[in-house]
Design a protein around this ligand. Structure first.
Ligand code: HPA
Ligand code: ZN
Length: 353
């Protein structure tokens, strides 16, 4: 894989009006999706009813109307209210299955799914039940949907490192059901270095490591995610655009960014998509990917993120090809599986009329 400038185009240039169709058909991996953020209002109401959980929203429409946010914290408060309806292993299975079916319709062939247990253990659920329900959905994905999926457990950064250690401890008996460890929730005021020891421990245990950094907080958070936590991917990372040395570091190290354009728009990280940094990052040779973050809340699943961002930034089929390759190359799949998916990307680009 080369930078955008070096990538060999294996297809004829595709006219702008055909790009949405290409983006829909293109095989892709999704590497930044919080499964609790895929809970649609209808499913929140169905689960609230079956589990007799009271909701402070009168209807599906009233709930959906609450999805207007000025920043990350306002979103996290509403998102947290939605998670209170999840009570049984079947709820976690159903939530993940619904996401996988929806993602596959967007030609997502592989998903690495974030979840957190701390939200649910605070509501009285066991980490074991949460992981078992989600993992069963991932294990069923090849036969049910013709795709693969794995799980990344995120610590909640507004809680203490001691609590993250407890969370890790509870997950250890289910170690084989997880591919990695991540870091999510309220970013500003909770820098990566707060979790230095627990990430070092997770690394010793053989987990792949990622962290949200530089979504709202300054580039220093991205530097410390790289240098202190030693993560292999940065989630969001869009604030790197303000630090030339960091841009260079990301390009040279080829540490991927999992960028979420519609999330950034809804949480006002950028005033509009036309000002998003994705195009500048790709053109600088950074291994950026496109992802949906919390698609039930941010106005679109993966293809909607691609289509709206390409239109706003005037991106081309060369960018599309690079993003599809990046998504698989940035994944935690083994080299053989990655190569199989990359061949499917090539097939679509080579035969697209
Ligand atoms: N940032 C941080 N934490 C989150 C997010 C996000 O975009 N979505 C769900 N948890
Ligand atoms: Zn996220």
């Amino acid at each position: 894989m080369g930078t955008l400038k070096e990538t060999q185009l294996n297809h004829r240039p595709i006219p702008t009006e055909r790009l949405p169709d290409l983006l829909r058909r293109m095989p892709k991996a999704e590497l930044h999706i919080h499964i609790e953020g895929s809970l649609e209002p209808e499913m929140i109401f169905t689960m609230a009813q079956r589990n007799a959980v009271p909701l402070s929203y009168a209807s599906v429409d009233v709930l959906r109307q609450a999805y207007v946010f000025n920043n990350l914290q306002e979103f996290l408060d509403v998102y947290h209210a939605g998670t209170t309806v999840l009570k049984t292993e079947q709820d976690f299975y159903d939530m993940a299955s619904a996401y996988l079916a929806r993602a596959r319709a967007d030609n997502v062939l592989h998903a690495e799914i974030f979840f957190d247990t701390q939200t649910h253990t605070a509501h009285g659920s066991s980490a074991e039940m949460v992981i078992n329900g989600l993992h069963r959905a991932c294990a069923d994905a090849p036969a049910k949907y013709g795709m693969t999926a794995s799980l990344i457990l995120c610590f909640l950064r507004h809680l203490s490192e001691e609590e993250a250690f407890e969370c890790l401890e509870q997950a250890l008996p289910l170690r084989d059901k997880l591919v990695g460890i991540g870091l999510a929730s309220s970013e500003v005021g909770h820098p990566p270095e707060k979790f230095a020891k627990v990430f070092a421990r997770a690394r010793e245990l053989g987990f792949r490591l990622v962290a949200h950094a530089g979504e709202e907080a300054p580039p220093a958070y991205i530097w410390s995610a790289l240098d202190v936590l030693k993560v292999e991917r940065i989630d969001h990372g869009v604030q790197a655009i303000h630090d030339a040395a960091l841009m260079q570091r990301l390009t040279q190290s080829r540490v991927p960014l999992t960028v979420c354009p519609l999330s950034n728009l809804k949480l006002r990280v950028f005033p509009d998509l036309a000002q998003h940094s994705l195009g500048r990052m790709l053109d600088a040779g950074i291994v950026a990917t496109v992802n949906s973050d919390d698609p039930a809340y941010f106005g679109g699943y993966l293809n909607e993120n691609f289509i709206q961002t390409f239109a706003a930034l005037g991106l081309t089929s060369a960018h599309a090809y690079q993003l599809a390759l990046n998504s698989f190359n940035a994944s935690f799949l083994d080299a053989t599986q990655r190569a199989q998916y990359v061949r499917r990307v090539d097939e679509v680009f080579e035969t697209f009329e």
